[in-house]
Design a protein around this ligand. Sequence first.
Ligand SMILES: Cc1cc2nc3c(=O)[nH]c(=O)nc-3n(C[C@H](O)[C@H](O)[C@H](O)COP(=O)(O)OP(=O)(O)OC[C@H]3O[C@@H](n4cnc5c(N)ncnc54)[C@H](O)[C@@H]3O)c2cc1C
Length: 383
Amino acid sequence: MVKKGDMVYAWTTDADLAKRAECGGAVSGLLKYALENKIVDAVLAVKKGADLYDAVPTFITDPNQISTSAGSLHCGSLLQSKLIKKYFNGAKDKKIGITVKGCDLMGILEMAKRGEINRDNLLLIGVNCGGTVSPITARKMIREKYGVDPDKVTKEEIDKGQFIIEYEGGHKGIKMDDLEEEGWGRRSNCRRCVYKIPRQADLACGNWGVIGDSAGKATFVEVCSDKGADLLNKAEKAKTITTSAPDPKGVEIRSKTENAMIKLGQKWRKRDFSGIYENLWDVIAKETGRCIKCYSCIDQCPVCFPVASMLKEDSPMIRRGVIPADPMFHLRRFAHISDSCINCGQCEELCPMEIPLALFGHAIREEADRAFAPKLGSSDYSN
Ligand SMILES: Cc1cc2nc3c(=O)[nH]c(=O)nc-3n(C[C@H](O)[C@H](O)[C@H](O)COP(=O)(O)OP(=O)(O)OC[C@H]3O[C@@H](n4cnc5c(N)ncnc54)[C@H](O)[C@@H]3O)c2cc1C
């Protein structure tokens, strides 16, 4: 029996899931068990869309469909939190199992704090995340840097610090550090992220620390809540999941890898924010001068929704139908998210004018934290 704080190697006993899964298939196995046993009414996961670079959310109520969502997609441009509010009434009347990266989880927690999502109705299966690559960058990078037709790629993965592709006729891996020095690699917000193991989920699952014979065949699971422990214990009793004690060396490697990734995230913050505070408002004014007020940054943001209608209404400071947007449009939004921007990057990802909105939001949040957080006490997670 596991309890909160325990760590195990886990794997599914379902051969089909095992074949399709990224590692041991524990995530898919647990979600399937939760659905079959009515622990949840539905599962919100992610599946392959138009191609390998396209990750789309999928809402599953039939346990046999869970296999369609197995595997990790590193090039999706999605954030799960807003979907729960938009399409599922904030999980207020349904129990939902959901796979979450750190940013998905932070978005959910922020929305739960604001009463938009019922956290108690969610079963949160966290996946560690070292970062994602934008589909556009991935395609270009594979063509230009790897010299491979992106449409011929059959699998992409990020392993041991490399972005690896398998394609008809071979496979190739290049170190992420080298790619990023040349401007390729992960999204800039992912580079700055330091929330790598989502410990505020019910379980945090990943491949870091799975070594020896288990490598590639088991999922490393850290039990983060009583709810997570209960699910794992029940699934193991039902023989849906098998677990074993993790290799102590693997536990050590996982911890070292996490620390190295956090340091790397901090390094990127230093680099991205260097010099930015000296004339932040001038830079913001210049860059946001391209804004066409499409409202994408607002619509997907998990924290700015309380001011969304105010930003869309006509007012003397923010005139409707006027572009470029009045400066107050952006200043009000930044002011509103200054204490809670989670650096999910969605505003920047979706901006058709390529305004570095996530960089500004994150820089402002970091500055606000520096000024006020020590007085208020530390936040729940370091984003
Ligand atoms: C973008 C990304 C980066 C990752 N980076 C690391 C890492 O650096 N270190 C580490 O230890 N582990 C990382 N993982 C976790 C790892 O790849 C496995 O997901 C985890 O070990 C669980 O394996 P499994 O076989 O049990 O999962 P599976 O049974 O294959 O289930 C995978 C689950 O992940 C969901 N999923 C797939 N893509 C996404 C996505 N883009 N966003 C949200 N959910 C998604 C699927 O819907 C499914 O529910 C990463 C995962 C993702 C998605």
